[in-house]
Design a binder for this molecule. Sequence first.
Ligand SMILES: *Cc1c(COP(=O)(O)O)cnc(C)c1O
Length: 391
Amino acid sequence: MRQEFLPFARPSISEEDVAAVSEVLRSGWITTGARCAGLEAAFVDRLGTTTAVATSSATGAMHLALLALDIGPGDEVVTPSMTWISTINMIVRLGATPVFVDVDRDTLMAGPAEIEAAVTGRTRAIIPVDYAGAAAELPAIRALAAKRGIAVIEDAAHAVGTRRRCGEEVGSTGTAIFSLHPIKNITSGEGGVLVTDDAEFGDRVRRLRFHGLGVDAWERGQQGRSPQAEVLEPGFKYNLPDMNAALGHSQFNRLDDFIDRRRDLAFRYRDRLAGTPGVLPLADAAETDRHAWHLFIVRVDPETAGIDRGGFMEALKARNIGTGIHFRAAHGQRWFVDHPDRWRGVDLADTEWNSERICSLPLFPAMRDEDVDEVARAIREIVPAAGGVPA
Ligand SMILES: *Cc1c(COP(=O)(O)O)cnc(C)c1O
């Protein structure tokens, strides 16, 4: 058995990351300023988009995007129930109705057909999710939305660096939201980035990010906020401090190395777990050219594995191996069960099937190949249908 606990995620913090943050701490300016602007410029440069707005979380970025679309009571937002609850919370808190669509059983992503079937005259936005770092079918989803004048906000929290089949990186076109939470592929401690190719929309998000003031928080010449700044509309306070932005930028510079390492580990898992009964990895999504491998998810099917997910996770924990659940379906959570009038959903069979079975295995760049081998061996010991035979 492993001596040391293997968490399911761990950020890779280098000495350069530490130095970048230390420099900010010593500089005399630690909240939002030049470092935040630098991080935003790096996203714009890499993606070739128009605007990047860094925020204190991707949840905050999603809230701002929905606000900038003026979404409120009477409006519907189509999104999978198989997503992080933050998106759904923001929709509900704005008084709008989340309309849940089912996901593909083996990619966990909602396709254009399911989305189109859920659209009504009240639909104002669609929020597809690039699940686990694969690419959702954005070109087709955008086309059906554009025909009806519906906005698309791509939830790319898992997908910094993901590339689509057409060769474009996620976030190059349209509006997308990335998360820089510590379990995500790159981190700023906490943080998020909204990118958009719609300059006017980007300006409104930027304004709403900081109290609704007509100029940004920090002006180079001023070494601070312009004292003349005026409120153009009531806003929020979702700015990203420079301490965090410096870390995020330093991490962004290493994104490709991180993804390469994650991919090697993911392929090793696929190989080592192949043929383990009832332990089912996700399938490849056709729209994905480069997968960012944010998560390595398996579905533990009690019927074929001979053990349920709870038992599987407990047994791994007893062997010093951490796991996670990404995610429990939103509509099955207490508040949503108690408030069936606040959401809609049609035929969520594959969502529910997965919600009971998904489990994320350890995956982070500093993992060793042998760690993957150990996890796979432990799984074969735990799963009765694998016969307890080590891989
Ligand atoms: C992590 C995550 C978010 C929210 O990110 P935060 O930065 O933690 O607010 C949104 N959507 C998905 C799918 C996520 O995994």
